[in-house]
Design a binder for this molecule. Structure first.
Ligand code: GRF
Length: 196
């Protein structure tokens, strides 16, 4: 491991488009030089997550910690923690990582663990955020980067991006509009956290 480097570990479960946005920013903005930071590893709990191949294509090391191979949430989190800690992380970035984390895991990474959630928290924690925003008649929606605490989707807010809700919106249309903003916001937020 390069000494003095701030290692970023990114956890994904799916497409990993936020991970790719962060990787692209790291490359284009030369984070290795400007921030002494690098993405050390991308870890997925899903062996088939398309984001894994995307990470490999970007030359980033990948690992799989398949939650289905573990008897309990505690066992899975312990294995995940081992895999993450092997990378000596300065920052652990949840990017579409669809697992509820145990309080012990969250405590272990206190101050180093961030998440992106596709709603304007504290509204619409949990799943189906787009449809819930539409059903409520929201005129704006968006995404939030926040510190992770044991309270699901309720940690201190780091950044938010707001988009308009259009009269004809479907959940899919709203999700796509929000995702564009996520890809701009998350790399910026990670960069700011690395500069602190
Ligand atoms: C994003 O909408 C993120 O806010 C949510 O899950 C989605 C992940 O997308 N937590 P991707 O895997 O980064 O493409």
């Amino acid at each position: 491991m390069t000494s003095g480097m701030k290692n970023i570990v990114i956890l994904i479960s799916g497409a990993g488009s936020n991970m790719q946005a962060i990787a692209k920013a790291a490359e284009q903005e030369r984070w290795a030089k400007t921030l002494s930071a690098r993405i050390a590893c991308v870890i997925s709990n899903k062996p088939q997550a398309p984001g894994l191949a995307a990470a490999r294509d970007l030359g980033i090391a990948t690992q799989i910690v398949d939650h289905q191979q573990y008897a309990s949430r505690e066992h899975f989190d312990a294995a995940l923690q081992l895999a993450i800690d092997a990378c000596q992380p300065h920052l652990v970035v949840l990017a579409g990582f669809m697992r509820i984390l145990t309080p012990g895991f969250v405590a272990h990474y206190e101050g180093r663990l961030v998440n992106i959630h596709p709603s304007l928290l504290p509204a619409f924690a949990g799943l189906n955020t787009y449809q819930r925003a539409l059903d409520a008649g929201c005129k704006v929606a968006g995404a939030t980067v926040h510190r992770v605490t044991a309270d699901l989707d309720h940690g201190p807010i780091i950044a938010q991006a707001v988009v308009p809700v259009m009269p004809q919106d479907t959940a899919r249309m709203l999700a796509a509009r929000i995702l564009v903003q996520e890809h701009l916001m998350y790399p910026k937020a990670v960069r700011a956290l690395l500069s602190d």
